[in-house]
Structures are given as C-alpha cells and as structure tokens.
Ligand binder design. Structure first.
Ligand SMILES: C[S@@+](CC[C@H](N)C(=O)[O-])C[C@H]1O[C@@H](n2cnc3c(N)ncnc32)[C@H](O)[C@@H]1O
Length: 262
C-alpha cells in the first residue's frame, strides 16, 4: 500500500487518540450512524476507522458479521480489531479500499476526508464498494465554526504565529456544501447535508493540553514541533482563550455530514 500523507500523524495508540479526539468521535459516531440511516440487516464499512469509534457503534447496531473497517495507520488497525473482536478490520486507504465491488449497504467515513490525498478517488472507491441503491456518507469537523477545541487552539496559535497552519485554512470539506459537492461530483443522488453537534467534558485544562502534547493530527504535530518556550506561550494563550478554567469544563464540537445514494 502506498504511504498516505495524512496518515503519518495518526501513528499513535488508541488510548492516546481517545484522550484527544476519541472523546468526541464516540458520541459523534452515534449521531452519524443515525444520520446515515444505518438499519437492521445492513452491512456497513467504516473507512478510516481509527481505533474504532464508529466501528463499535456499527457493531452495536448491526453485529460483528455485518461490519468491516479499514485504516492506513497500523496501530489504529490493531486497536480497532482488538476493540471489535470478529470484525473484518484491514489496513487500507480510502483511495484504494481493500474490499470487493457492491459489498456493502453503506460506506461511511467519519473525520477522515480532511486527510485523504485524493478525495475524488475516495468517493469513487466508496461508491464502488456500495451496492446500487446503497449509501455513501461522510462527516468532518467544522473547523471554522464550532469545533471549539481545534478552533480555539488555532486562534491561540495564530495570535503567536500568523503562519500557523490553521486547519480551517489548510484542510477542505469543513464548509457548508463542500461535502455535498464531493458526493455530487461522484455521481450520487438524493444528497442530504446536516450539522451534527456533540460535546465532551474535561476534568481540567491539563487534561485538554495533554491531548495536544501527544502529537496527534495536524494540531498535535504543530504543537510538538514548537520550541519549548513557544509551546509554553501557546499553552498560556489557549488557557486564556478558554476562559482560564480552574476545574471541569465542557466544549461543543460541530461536524458537517452529508450522504448520497449510489
Ligand atoms: C481524525 S481520525 C478519525 C478516526 C475515526 N474515524 C474516528 O472517527 O475516530 C482520521 C483517520 O483518518 C485516517 N486516514 C488518514 N488518511 C487516510 C486515507 N487516505 N484513507 C483512509 N483513512 C485515512 C487516519 O489514519 C485516522 O485514523
């Protein structure tokens, strides 16, 4: 399999991912599966499964025999398989799905499209593995609006470094209409787009900051690459922008989701 550029920042353990992003992607998985229309008797594929937030949600709804998953990150494939015994979890990218034609009722990608190097090819592949009449659906964080964790992080980073690679500027698909266009360009019909909102509660600011220092995803990679004094200044700027919480606090996150029919 060819190396996938976006996958390199996800070479981390399932536990580290959970503390940073899995705490959002688990509740998002329930919202996304409902939005996609997962129903009894369906067979579903989780594309870019990570350690398995959506896979686990699908197993709860459909059973292990009717769920499959893939991801280019070896530790995530291992974590997803361990957490979902009996599920067919394979190494593989969205651009070259390791599954046969028309094998699924639904092909789903949660928080993945930002990192896919060839989105049209990913759409063609998700369409190929879905049966005629099957559903292709994806969701991504709305970085510009209310993914509060990442929006506040990048606002703090930009206040210290105007060239910081704000995910809202460098990643695609977070804006209204972009996911729908991606599906339309792949020739899908009956396209529907929605906003999905979830939230998570932190025990304190250090719990949140530890997620960035684990180096996961674009924000974590940026954080870890900073010189120590700059990283400390970023920590202080982020703390202030979050209102300097001294105890538990809750943050919202909004995802954009779209689905279409093959
Ligand atoms: C933010 S994580 C989302 C993981 C999981 N879907 C979730 O909701 O928690 C992004 C995932 O996309 C995967 N990824 C990166 N590039 C990919 C590609 N080209 N095809 C499929 N997955 C990819 C990463 O390995 C990582 O697991």
């Amino acid at each position: 399999m060819e190396p996938v550029a976006g996958a390199r920042t996800f070479a981390t353990s399932g536990e580290a991912y959970d503390a940073f992003m899995g705490r959002y992607s688990r509740p998002l998985a329930a919202e996304f599966a409902t939005f996609a229309g997962v129903a009894d008797g369906d067979r579903a594929l989780d594309v870019g499964c990570g350690p398995g937030a959506l896979t686990t949600e699908l197993v709860g709804r459909l059973g292990v025999a009717d769920v499959a998953a893939c991801d280019p990150s070896p530790p995530f494939v291992a974590a997803c398989a361990e957490r979902n015994p009996g599920v067919d979890v394979r190494p593989g990218s969205a651009e070259q799905l390791p599954f046969g034609d028309a094998a699924f009722d639904l092909a789903l990608a949660q928080l993945v499209l930002h990192f896919v190097s060839d989105p049209p090819r990913a759409a063609a592949e998700m369409t190929r593995v879905a049966r005629p009449g099957g559903t292709i659906a994806a969701c991504v964080w709305d970085f510009g609006k209310e993914m509060r964790l990442l929006r506040t992080f990048w606002d703090a980073a930009l206040s210290l470094d105007p060239d910081a690679p704000d995910e809202d500027r460098v990643l695609r698909f977070g804006r209204p209409g972009e996911l729908s266009q991606w599906l339309a360009d792949a020739g899908l019909g009956h396209i529907v787009e929605a906003e999905l909102t979830v939230h998570t509660t932190y025990g304190g600011f250090d719990e949140l900051w530890g997620g960035f220092e684990a180096g996961i995803g674009p924000a974590g990679s940026y954080c870890l690459a900073l010189p120590t004094d700059h990283r400390g200044a970023l920590r202080d700027a982020l703390l202030e922008r979050l209102g300097s919480p001294t105890g538990p606090f809750t943050l919202d996150a909004v995802a954009r989701a779209a689905k279409g029919v093959r």
